[in-house]
Design a protein around this ligand. Structure first.
Ligand code: SF4
Length: 350
């Protein structure tokens, strides 16, 4: 993989790196050393790689691209230790990543694109459209940088921040392979979740990749009519086809799905919708994750009240559906996904 005509080192597999260094006259063990510095020791720069000769380091700095992120803002929750990072990329764009601390380990939510073109009505990430795709190295580096920063191992990764991962498909796949590679950070595929708004051909393609990652579908409505008011992608793919593709994913991988459902007051949170949702998910293998929607100032969506959330949950449970309500992490540093970036950009522009 290249960036501006230079090899993007951190996006290369070990065999690719070996080949690349061979062309530069270096022995295969050098590739293993370099790979280890990048993906195990999580070196912040080529200069840290002290067992490589000075000449080799200089050559890499000159000829290759070494992805690294610059944290321009870090907010730490006083309630639960959640950290929200705003990272600057080499080209000056900024992205958000979040570290959440759970009993079962640390989880990092990463962005897959700068902005997003999917236009979901409840999401701040899409307000300025899509800027560009993130490279595999830039996706990895969000996790590496956070692990370096905290000194704590990251055990779970969710690709659920800004961007539609399936809209950056090839880079997503490469990222997953590098992240879960036994020669690298070696996060278990089962501890990786990819969230999609429902791009049917990509879900089907993803099912064929022989992976064990969890797929989360942003469902948010029990029928096409309501879904179209929240998610423009619903104009391209009917719910029936989306759910057929999800079922296919389960059949191919054996992985149960997560159905994300943001509750918006008065839009999709009454018991008629709960009934329709229970009907819709009949025969699906997975669980529903109810998300009390985060209000964003640009849109007038309001969060459902506790009572409606509880009733909605109980209704589904009575119909045999597994339901969780997403715990609000980092409430005191919150703002919806994409808002930290948005307020930063607005501040920079003034
Ligand atoms: S919810 Fe996801 S897919 Fe929808 S606009 Fe936001 S980032 Fe894009």
């Amino acid at each position: 993989m290249e960036r501006d005509g230079r090899a993007d080192l951190k996006s290369m597999t070990l065999p690719e790196l070996t080949e690349y260094l061979k062309d530069l006259g270096e022995k295969p063990f050098r590739a293993r050393q370099l790979y280890q510095w990048m993906h195990v020791k999580l070196a912040a720069s080529v200069d840290e790689m002290t067992n490589l000769s000075r000449e080799m380091r200089e050559m890499l700095k000159e000829k290759a691209f070494y992805a690294s992120l610059n944290p321009v803002d870090v907010r730490i929750s006083q309630i639960d230790g959640t950290r929200k990072y705003l990272f600057e990329l080499e080209d000056g764009n900024v992205i958000e990543s979040v570290l959440m601390r759970y009993k079962h380990g640390n989880s990092v939510c990463i962005s897959s694109q700068v902005g997003c073109r999917m236009g979901c009505r409840f999401c701040a990430s899409t307000l300025d459209g899509l800027e560009r795709n993130l490279r595999p190295s830039e996706m990895l580096e969000q996790i590496y940088r956070i692990q370096r920063d905290t000194g704590e191992r990251v055990s779970n990764v969710v690709v659920m921040g800004s961007g539609e991962p399936m809209d950056n498909y090839d880079n997503l796949l490469r990222f997953i392979h590098l992240l879960t590679d036994e020669n690298g950070l070696h996060i278990s595929q089962r501890n990786v979740t990819v969230s999609t708004c429902g791009i049917v051909p990509r879900i089907r393609q993803f099912a064929e990749e022989n992976l064990q990652v969890t797929l989360a579908l942003s469902l948010h409505a029990p029928n096409d009519e309501v879904r179209k008011t929240l998610m423009p992608v619903a104009n391209s793919f009917a719910l029936k086809d989306v759910l057929d593709a999800c079922h296919y994913y389960f059949e191919k991988t054996g992985r149960r799905l997560t159905f994300e459902y943001s509750l918006v007051k008065g839009v999709n949170d009454n018991l008629d919708e709960a009934r329709a949702l229970a009907e819709l998910l009949k025969g699906q293998h997975g669980h529903v994750n109810l998300i009390p929607v985060n209000p964003i100032k640009e849109r007038d969506f309001k969060q459902s009240d506790r009572k409606s959330i509880e009733e909605f949950k109980q209704y589904l449970e009575k119909r045999g559906i597994n339901v969780t309500v997403r715990r609000e992490m980092g409430r005191d540093i919150d703002g919806a996904c994409g808002q930290l970036r948005k307020s930063y950009i607005e501040k920079e522009r003034t």
